[in-house]
Design a protein around this ligand. Structure first.
Ligand code: NAD
Ligand code: AOT
Length: 311
């Protein structure tokens, strides 16, 4: 299967590498020239569960796509604010049969994907895999994860199940979800708590979990997400979601991960996805007349920090 990874940063590199090792024909597309040049010249370097390896993966700069050879599957892994420009740039690769799978964190990305891809070819999901980009051409990958996905268009369930199998055959542990909006909100609760709080408090997930106020902050934020989700007909099992979020505190499993928002803002002084996570809940809350004070405040704190660090 010809697979294109659109957005080959930390997560795109993880998925690209695992799908390549699983025997697929993978091409990376990315917008960061230094990263693209490094991979072109020296391959993608990865610390993969402690083993140093180099993978010879084709990569193209998104503004410079030279081929219009169509692809079978596109996996979108940009940051949220880069998604529209990426879809615009990869238009030459999209054929009538091309499936597009969007695995970004956050809520509502399908509204952008729908501008470029017919509904029957759109698949959305979320992932519990993590990854870190250490510099151009170099990723650090550890831990386990999973993927959930579903078709947006009617009657594409079999295709969604087949896509999950393609991912699982390469070790990505993917499953078809019959309620992906629930799964996306559930994962958004992980990001709506871990990403902003770890970034502001300058710690990893285990560090946050070791503090006394952590549980009350997590519970309050999850309740705000649940109130907004309920207004959209998605009824979260709040105690289960809080327990799911708090599993991230475990240093033996995933707790040592610094969320991608931390990597963006604190490590690299880049803008964050806050407007697509807590900011999305704030906006929806205002629209629906629901109070979301923790999400409002966290969004403001992150935006202030972006200004202070001149992101
Ligand atoms: P990333 O920031 O590593 O990569 C996204 C894009 O930004 C890539 O095009 C990359 O080349 C570019 N980029 C990265 N660092 C740069 C720099 N210093 N200068 C210029 N460009 C740079 O993004 P990611 O962490 O792979 O996240 C992709 C999506 O997956 C996001 O929606 C994220 O929230 C989500 N996600 C991330 C993780 C994680 O552990 N990183 C886990 C689950 C989901
Ligand atoms: C994460 N992290 O999604 C993934 O860093 O943005 C991120 C992210 C799975 C489980 C816990 C945290």
């Amino acid at each position: 299967m010809k697979i294109t990874i659109a957005g080959a940063g930390a997560m795109g590199s993880r998925f690209g590498l695992m799908l390549h090792r699983g025997g697929n024909d993978v091409t990376l597309i990315d917008g960061w020239p230094a990263h693209v040049n490094e991979i072109k010249e020296h391959g993608l370097k990865a610390n993969y569960n402690g083993e140093e390896l180099t993978a010879d993966l084709p990569i193209e700069l998104q503004s410079d796509i030279s081929s219009d050879e169509k692809t079978d599957l596109i996996i979108l892994f940009t940051k949220a604010m880069q998604l529209d420009a990426m879809l615009q740039d990869i238009k030459p690769l999209i054929a009538d049969h091309t499936k597009v799978l969007c695995l970004l964190n956050g809520i509502g990305h399908e509204d952008i994907v729908e501008k470029y891809v017919p509904m029957e070819n759109i698949f959305i999901g979320n992932t519990m895999w993590t990854a870190g980009l250490e510099g151009p051409g170099k990723v650090k990958l550890f831990g386990d994860g999973s993927v959930e996905l579903q078709n947006l268009g009617h009657g594409q369930e079999e295709t969604a199940i087949a896509l999950a199998k393609v991912l699982s055959d390469s070790g990505l542990n993917a499953a078809y979800s019959d309620n992906i909006h629930y799964s996306i909100y559930r994962k958004a609760c992980v990001n709506g708590t871990m990403n902003g709080l770890c970034t502001i408090l300058d710690t990893n997930m285990a560090g946050l979990g070791a503090t006394q106020p952590a549980h009350e902050m997590v519970a309050t934020i999850v309740n705000e997400f649940a109130t907004v989700a309920a207004h959209e007909g998605v009824h979260l099992d709040v105690p289960e979601v809080i327990a799911h979020v708090e599993e991230c505190f475990d240093p033996e499993t995933i707790g040592l991960h610094y969320p991608s928002m931390y990597q963006d803002l604190i490590t690299n002084h880049r803008l964050t996805e806050i407007d697509y996570i807590n900011g999305a809940i704030s906006r929806k809350g205002k629209k629906y007349g629901l109070a979301t004070p923790y999400c409002d405040f966290l969004t403001q704190l992150i935006h202030s920090k972006e200004e202070i660090l001149k992101a």
